[in-house]
Design a protein around this ligand. Structure first.
Ligand code: SAH
Ligand code: SF4
Ligand code: F3S
Length: 438
């Protein structure tokens, strides 16, 4: 059989999509992790910031020499960049044989055959229905313990800075029946943790003859499938994190006490221009509700530094919110203007790059302190840890995660990946907890 090599960039949704792509092509290609042996190379791309795209352009240049050396090699580009740049990419990147947008993966066999016979091809049609719901993803490159399950696609929020609504199209939910069948199969295959995925999972909604399914209900149904299955989710928009959902997370021991709740900015004026549709006050109310029901719950966030019109005072308010929440973890970015988005059309990208960098560095430094404080609080405590495998540094050290999604490293004894064990934390760095088995 011919060999397929897939390289994935961007968010968890893209990694989940690559597993769908592997499934669509599984009768034509066997997967390889050696690019030199591949007959087909697929690059699944991300457009979220300019840097992400620059990285891909560079990678495509590198592939040109590979293609010269391997006669007959085909190269295809998938994902958000395919959707954003469309067929223009076939002109600017001659290494590409075809491109396929996020909703066009079922047409890959056709694109592969047509481009081989008749030159460059593309399909960047978006769909209002496609959820790949009947496709069982091929789980390659996973630890056998933890898997992603995509439950919805697209986004309707149109945050003013963001390309996702354009690259992934309208929001649509996947049928609960196929989601539950997929989780059941994962359980049979020995997986111990699932992360329900979507750009905005808490607006998941399904209705049919069998009744209504909200995200909170879906979480409960999945959690009840097995007490030994851990359930996580990503990402939740603060506007949709309902009391019902927070109560559901609190009610089930096996729903992880970890919520990624991107704030983006602490300033109401900036939030308004970002079209985030909540205020700082509202956001803090949600955080209080979470901490009231689950004092042990970890919260992480995304923050954008230097958005259009952001003043020093706006920036100070972001730092203030970070301290007030005491985030366990944060993903932090400089604002990057994306063509076609509302902010690119409406607002000047007027914070100078050095100033964006300065603000970002301040945010990163503060988060370092907050993560350290949070980790130090855990020293002396005992956690139930799901073992994932050997740590990168040494075979004698294993690692796993606690419910709060913190990585804990411990000396390897008799445990195997997939076991639950109790670990007492003895020390920490800003990024990891260190512990021993009790
Ligand atoms: N759907 C998720 C996040 C998707 S993108 C949500 O709404 O939370 C991940 C993160 O990238 C965003 O939360 C945001 O912080 C960042 N991001 C998105 N567009 C950006 C841009 N143009 N410049 C800088 N950061 C951006
Ligand atoms: Fe982008 Fe906003 Fe949708 Fe998240 S919710 S994907 S930031 S538009
Ligand atoms: Fe990137 Fe697309 Fe995900 S732009 S972050 S790969 S949805």
């Amino acid at each position: 059989m011919k060999k397929l090599y897939i390289e994935t960039y961007g968010c968890q949704m893209n990694f989940a999509d690559s597993e769908v792509v592997a499934a669509i092509l599984k009768d034509m290609f066997a997967l390889t992790d050696d690019i030199e042996k591949a007959d087909l190379v697929l690059i699944n791309t991300c457009s979220i910031r300019e840097k992400a795209e620059q990285r891909i352009h560079k990678r495509l240049q590198e592939l040109e020499s590979l293609k010269r050396r391997h006669h007959g090699l085909q190269v295809g580009l998938l994902g958000c960049m395919a959707e954003r740049m469309k067929e223009e990419l076939l002109r600017t990147e001659p290494v590409l044989d075809f491109i396929a947008g996020p909703d066009a993966y079922r047409s890959l066999p056709q694109l592969i055959a047509d481009s081989r016979d008749a030159g460059p091809r593309f399909n960047v049609m978006l769909s209002e229905e496609e959820t790949y719901d009947n496709i069982m993803p091929v789980r390659y490159d996973v630890n056998g313990v933890s898997a992603f399950v995509s439950i919805m696609r697209g986004c309707n929020n149109f945050c003013s800075y963001c390309v996702v609504p354009y690259t992934r199209g309208r929001e649509r939910s996947r049928s609960p029946k196929t989601i539950l069948a997929e989780v059941k199969q994962l359980l049979r295959d020995g997986f111990k943790e699932v992360t329900l995925l979507g750009q905005n999972v808490n607006s998941y909604y399904w209705k049919d003859e069998a009744g209504e399914m909200t995200f909170a209900k879906l979480m409960a149904v999945v959690a009840e499938m097995s007490p030994d299955l851990r359930v996580r989710f990503a990402t939740s928009h603060p506007k949709d994190i309902s009391d019902e959902l927070i109560e559901t997370i609190a009610r089930y021991d096996n729903i992880c006490k970890y919520i990624h709740l991107p704030v983006q900015s602490g300033s109401d004026a900036v939030l308004k221009r970002m079209n985030r549709s909540y205020t700082r006050d509202y956001y803090m109310g949600r955080v209080r509700k979470i901490k009231e029901l689950m004092p042990e719950c970890a919260i992480s966030t995304d923050i954008i530094a230097g958005f259009c019109g952001e003043t020093i005072e706006d920036h100070r308010q972001t730092l203030e919110v970070m301290r007030e929440v005491g985030y366990e973890y944060a993903y932090m970015f400089k604002y990057s203007e994306r063509g076609g988005t509302l902010s690119a059309k409406r607002y000047a990208d007027d914070v100078p790059d050095e100033e964006k960098t300065r603000r970002l560095e301040e945010i990163i430094a503060l988060q370092g302190e907050l993560s350290m404080v949070s980790n130090q609080r855990d020293v002396g405590r005992t956690f139930r840890v799901l073992v994932e495998g050997a740590s990168k540094r040494s075979q004698e050290q294993f690692y796993g995660r606690n419910s709060q999604n913190k990585v804990i490293v411990f000396p390897h004894g008799t445990e195997h990946p997939g076991d639950y064990i109790e670990i007492k934390v003895t020390d920490c760095t800003p990024a990891t907890l260190l512990g021993v088995r009790v």
